[in-house]
Design a protein around this ligand. Structure first.
Ligand code: CTP
Ligand code: MG
Length: 384
């Protein structure tokens, strides 16, 4: 079996966030979850030991609550004062059946299937497979006042994952004593066995480690997703004996909108705009009026369900704009309450939610007071 020791137990000093960088959200999902996603989606890893900083215990619990537990994680152990000690603690927690181990930094969420496959097949062949990249910058060696230029073609930058036969790596760690002066696992292995096998992959170029705030900003750009727009339209008939509800606000009027739910045309248009932006169908598909459980339901509840659906599909909502076409009553006094309802259902700042109302100067069914219609536009971001 192939296992991963995923080290996340640093404190991310250089990123200067005031908390461990592996919890930084990239496009709404933490670095740690994204790294676990990448490892899991390779289909090559059977399980992982996650090494966390004891002071991140609560933060990790919240992450699991909000982002879900990775099916890969079999155990969670505490790290130590240096990366060396964190890896060592992870290695100790590996199950007997893990013949091959990949040590990986949680701070490298861009690891690819190609990289994982290559280090695994090299470790099977040579006992070790360490992902590396020929350096493209000219490197200077500075010793005191003396600056020299090593031949660039002989220089390789190494990254993680680094794959090893588990027994051999554990032995190397054991014989390294408690020194902790190693910055990667390959160095520990070299100290015991002389040399490692360097693996390559085209995608190693993008497998950079998030170290500084600038790295996080660059990574955020890659994960912020593509903007996608959606539109929605709805109209309901005005009838006596019904409450008038628009944007989740009950508006005093002699008539209300007829429909299976609360017939909130404004929210229905908005729901269709959101579903449309994500290409997830329409309101009728998700909440059919043949289903009794939606009879009389508040459309704000439906909007919350749609918000969760979008989040599950990794779409984030940027903003929404709704126009209600209504001759009477005057909606101006209720607009702010509608915006607040929508913002809270979508988990957005109210400044990102617009609701407007207009008349048609007496023209059409809205002008005649037969019904009310609404149009909406929403912008979401997604990775599809
Ligand atoms: N790491 C660890 N235990 C430590 C130190 C580091 O598990 N005692 C992990 C980090 O969480 C990271 C990886 O090793 O995933 C690479 O280390 P680095 O990029 O140096 O992260 P930090 O040590 O957290 O950052 P900094 O050095 O800026 O404080
Ligand atoms: Mg460090």
């Amino acid at each position: 079996m192939v296992y991963c020791v995923l080290v996340a137990a640093g404190s991310g000093e250089r990123a200067g966030l005031g908390y461990n960088k592996v919890f930084y959200p990239l496009g709404g999902r933490s670095v740690l979850s994204r790294t676990l996603d990448a490892l899991g989606s390779s289909g090559k890893i059977d399980g992982a030991v996650l090494v966390i900083n004891p002071s991140d215990e609560d933060r990790y619990k919240r992450l699991v609550e909000h982002e879900g537990a990775s099916p890969l994680v079999r155990s969670v152990v505490y790290g130590g004062a240096t990366r060396f000690h964190s890896v060592l603690n992870g290695l100790k927690a590996l199950p007997e059946a893990a013949e091959l181990v990949l040590v990986h930094d949680a701070a490298r969420p861009f690891v690819t299937r190609e990289i994982i496959e290559n280090v695994i097949s090299d470790a099977e062949k040579y006992g070790s497979g360490v992902i590396s990249c020929p350096v493209t910058d000219t490197i200077k060696l500075v010793v005191g006042e003396n600056v020299t230029t090593p031949e660039r073609s002989r220089l390789f930058a190494v990254q993680t994952p680094q794959a090893f036969l588990t027994k051999k790596l554990i032995e190397a760690y054991d014989s390294a004593g408690a020194s902790g002066g190693f910055t990667d696992d390959a160095a520990v292995y070299e100290a015991r066995y002389g040399s490692v096998h360097l693996s390559d992959a085209q995608s190693a170029r993008v497998n950079f480690k998030l170290t500084t705030l600038e790295d996080l900003e660059m990574a955020e750009m890659r994960f912020s997703g593509t903007p996608r727009v959606g539109t929605g339209y709805d109209a309901h008939r005005l009838t006596e004996g019904r409450k008038l509800i628009l944007g989740g606000v009950e508006i005093p009027f002699e008539k209300g909108l007829q429909g299976h739910s609360d017939a909130d045309a404004a929210l229905h248009a908005l729901i269709d705009a959101l579903l449309g932006a994500a290409a997830l169908g329409d309101i009728g598909k998700h909440f059919p009026d043949s289903d009794e459980c939606y009879r009389g339901i508040s459309s704000l509840e439906l909007l919350k369900k749609v918000s969760k659906l979008l989040a599950d599909e990794v779409f984030s909502v940027e903003n929404a704009d709704v126009t209600i076409v209504c001759q009477r009553p005057k909606l101006a006094p209720y607009i702010m309450a509608m915006r607040q309802n929508i913002a809270s259902a979508l988990g957005l700042d109210v400044a990102r939610v617009s609701v407007k109302a207009t008349t048609t100067e007496g023209m059409g069914f809205e002008g005649a007071g037969e019904g009310i219609s609404a149009q909406a536009v929403a912008l979401v971001r997604g990775y599809k």
